[in-house]
Ligand binder design. Sequence first.
Ligand SMILES: Cc1cc2nc3c(=O)[nH]c(=O)nc-3n(C[C@H](O)[C@H](O)[C@H](O)COP(=O)(O)O)c2cc1C
Length: 192
Amino acid sequence: MNEQVVMVQGSPRAASVSSALAEEVGQVLKARRAHIMRVRLAELTYRGCIACMACKTSHEHCVVKDDLTEVLEAVRKAGILVLSSPVYFGDVTAQTKGFIDRMFSFLTPDFYESPVKSRLGTGRTLVFVQTQGQPEEGAFADIFPRYKFFFEWLGYSRCYLVRACGIETTADTPAYRAACEQARRVAAQLGE
Ligand SMILES: Cc1cc2nc3c(=O)[nH]c(=O)nc-3n(C[C@H](O)[C@H](O)[C@H](O)COP(=O)(O)O)c2cc1C
């Protein structure tokens, strides 16, 4: 594998479980010579989509110029996106949602009617890492399917989920180790 990977970490925490699990995925990919760009969204300054619609009328890309500009450009070139977020109030973090909304710029102007919805083509891979305080797995199980629907529009035909529920630290516990193992298992499937 000689693949471009963008790893977008949506947790604001320094010792973040979701970021650490994303790193586990990244390590497996790195061992396969993938090139990884890591982005910690909380360190960037950017806005969500401002609905200017330039990307649907006059331009092929997002015209908002801020710290996400180069991230979106990297995502455009990358076959794999590793996107991690803790659950905040039943959804991804605000940082993550702002990034996802700016991916609107990858949709074609006629995405509602056309079978070709994405400027990214098809066949891309998304690894979505979700952590939550709530240990019950049934809680917040709706998040991944909801975003998968839109990521498929964006050309991510292969979407994988890594999940950890009720794990708040990266301390070496059986539960955290199992989550890391899950992350490595998912990563090992990529490109098969
Ligand atoms: C503002 C805020 C909102 C949260 N909302 C939820 C929630 O709705 N459900 C839940 O299970 N955990 C919730 N949590 C807990 C986080 O999801 C949990 O701490 C997370 O797994 C930490 O991931 P991280 O280490 O990657 O930041 C919330 C935490 C914060 C700070």
